[in-house]
Write a protein that binds this ligand. Sequence first.
Ligand code: SAH
Length: 345
Amino acid sequence: MAIDLKSLNIEETEELILSLGIEKYRAKQIFEWVSKGADSFDEMTNISKKHRELLADACYISSAEPAEIYRSKLDGTVKILCRFRDGEHAECVALPYEHGISACISTQAGCKMGCSFCASTKAGFSRNLVPGEMLSQIHILNKELRKTNPNLTVNHIVLMGIGEPLDNYDNTLKFLRLVNDPKGLNIGMRNISLSTCGLVDKIERLAKENLQLTLSVSLHAPTNDIRSKLMPVNNKYCVEELIEACKKYIAVTGRRISFEYSLISGVNDSRYCAEKLAELLSGMLCHVNLIPVNTIKERSFAPSERRNIYAFSSVLEKAKINVTVRRTMGADINAACGQLRAKKL
Ligand code: SAH
């Protein structure tokens, strides 16, 4: 039983059910059930029992069990360690903002990228997640949120959980199209951010998809020297190649890029780094998010001091580069991704 119904779009669902002798128009109904989080065929009350049995014999609906659930007392952040059918784990987080609820979703069980400050990579890479497993993370978050308020629903998505989304390109793109479907969760592409450590070939491929999502690029350093020490991916695609790909991306899509920059005390937070960064991004349609690095148990990096963060930010502002200093959320529940999975393993 290899077919995951939750990973299929409407056309593929049609194809499947036609092969089972179920009328084609039922595909939309089934797709709606699955997209909205039905975990069993029995929930599909407008589908006959006979057809539900045929479906149950031919496929399964991927789902995630909450292995651990945490709620921040500070800001309402909810974090869930999900366990999938084969026992693999990944994390997802719901972050309440003024404009709604943003879900931070994992795209892989583990990560191969090896960034030195990141907990996700520490516990190693197991496998890619399929689209249905990414969708299940939203379902599980919605379910948990609704325990306190039935009106709460995830309406923004950031692919910033465990894993490198562009290293699991096809599954990630399929997931984006599934959540975007008006018959599904109907979450607009403009409400979705995809974060990458900088896989240049995949950024070029993504540009051609011409989606209205926000591309976030984890830059974290303006020079190859520093970036290669923090992020092994820089040995494959250097800063110059990455920025070139970002410029092309902007030219093709017309969309502003977000650069993520985690400030690590004494490593990438000097005035020199700020000036180099300003030079690098000068004239680009972009935004810089500065965030003090989250200290994780496994690593010794410390976040920059407040005054260094503001000094860094003011250098960028003076160079007319859009910049925001981000607050950390869910600090009391290990909300930085990868920490729960690492602990579990
Ligand atoms: N693989 C993707 C998405 C996952 S990480 C990427 O690299 O972008 C999401 C973001 O959190 C990235 O910007 C990543 O660099 C950052 N990050 C990872 N560990 C962190 C930590 N300990 N403190 C602050 N940011 C961190």
